[in-house]
Design a protein around this ligand. Structure first.
Ligand code: LLP
Length: 395
């Protein structure tokens, strides 16, 4: 699986750093395109998952659209080659200047999340003498069955419009002359592996369309993102189940003629192609509890501290006998822990560990907490071969 020959290359780079397997990214992109095209679906990449320029440029080159949640994300998406007519803009708190920027750039659609937002978009569009295409983000009150911090489609979550607010919008709509209401948007959460959830979401979307918009003809339906990945066994599932995901919608979402379905996937596209490479600084603790202290911290990868997320970790340097370790970072917080009591071949000072499945919400969520450096990135294609983090991930 892991080859020790890669170590020479990895050791020549100062740690910690993100390593991206661009070959796996290419394969994942080819697969998401094949699976979605089968049903005529359009896919936007959710920039928030990984805004690394090289990764974005690669994804844009495959013709995907972009799903942005800030003016800066829109600006970066455009710089990296995403077409304005394929950019959607979501978020509960778009500022006036972000809305103006998006109007100036003629993006495809605003995903609108409140009555006030709709009024403000209308006002700003009127001032510029343009008409803004808008889809209403509905809160369908569907359980995503994922971590509470990444659940977005329940009534207690801040996202989307409640049914009550949709009635208000309908009252107002005829007065909003600079709004072109083209469709509906849903997104109920992230890291969802149970495809039943997407079937339920489709049925709820059918019901809401029927109840609230039986007389409207929408050209655009966006079902969000949320498809999860296999964190426990990345080598068994380097490419997520895109076929199953899109088929769940195809079989359960009712469409009208000329209605186009879009998605906005983040994690499923980039998570498995990234690893965080880190070096062991010290091994410490009593024999009953061994801590391997590594030079990456929660500032480099926040997911374990923030969501109790579990990432597979491998020791690239060692073939020693198996022992149990907590893998912890140097940051002055007890939450700075990547894994508790995991089994690894004997860990020693200087060993190189790889924390897998970090391509999504890893590098992009890094910070300078404790005045640490922001991690940099290394790419498999950059003549650093051979870097075989995992043969399976590279084939
Ligand atoms: N669309 C909307 C409106 C979203 O809010 C999100 C993610 C996506 C699409 C993309 O979802 P994905 O396909 O990646 O599941 N930092 C967390 C994840 C936060 C997700 C935020 N919204 C984590 O590390 O798990």
């Amino acid at each position: 699986m892991i080859t020790l020959e890669s170590l020479g290359i990895l050791e020549s780079n100062p740690t910690p750093f993100y390593f991206y397997d661009t070959n796996l990214l290419d394969k994942t992109l080819a697969k998401v395109i094949e699976s979605s095209r089968r049903y005529g679906y359009d896919v936007h990449y959710a920039i928030k998952a990984n805004a690394n320029r090289k990764i974005l440029t690669r994804i844009a080159s495959y013709g995907l659209g972009a799903d942005c949640v800030s003016g800066n994300e829109i600006e970066l998406a455009l710089k990296c080659g995403f077409k304005p007519e394929k950019i959607v803009f979501a978020g509960v708190g778009k500022t006036d200047s972000e809305i103006e920027f998006a109007l100036d750039e003629r993006i495809f659609c605003f995903h609108c999340e409140s009555v006030q937002e709709l009024e403000v978009i209308n006002q700003l569009a009127l001032r510029k003498s343009v008409v803004a295409r808008v889809a209403l983000r509905l809160n369908p009150d569907v359980k995503a069955g994922t971590h509470r911090h990444i659940t977005t489609g329940m009534i207690e979550n801040k996202f989307g419009l409640s049914i009550e607010e949709v009635y208000e919008v309908k009252e107002l709509l005829s007065k909003l002359k600079n709004i072109d209401l083209i469709g509906l948007h849903f997104h109920i959460g992230s890291q969802i592996l149970d495809l039943e959830v997407f079937r339920t979401l489709s049925q709820k979307a059918n019901q809401l369309k029927e109840e609230l918009f039986s007389n409207s003809r929408f050209s655009y339906i966006n079902m969000g993102g949320g498809l999860g990945i296999d964190y426990a066994n990345p080598n068994n599932h380097p490419i997520p189940d895109f076929d199953g995901y899109f088929t769940a919608f195809y079989e359960h979402l009712n469409l009208e003629p000329n209605q186009k379905v879009h998605f906005e996937l983040g994690r499923a596209i980039v998570a498995q192609c990234g690893s965080l490479i880190t070096k062991v600084t010290f091994v410490k603790g009593p024999s009953s509890r061994k801590f391997a202290v590594v030079d990456a911290g929660m500032n480099d990868l926040m997911r374990p501290a923030l969501y109790d997320a579990s990432h597979s970790i491998i020791n690239l340097s060692s073939k020693g006998s198996i022992s149990t370790y907590d893998i912890v970072g140097p940051v002055c917080e007890s939450a700075d822990c990547f894994a508790k009591e995991i089994k690894l071949p004997k860990v020693e000072r200087g060993d190189i560990l790889a924390i897998l499945s970090c391509g999504a919400y890893g590098e992009v969520m890094s910070s300078r907490y404790n005045m640490r450096e922001i991690p940099y990135a290394v790419y498999s294609e950059d003549k650093l071969e051979p870097v075989y983090l995992s043969k399976e991930l590279n084939t």
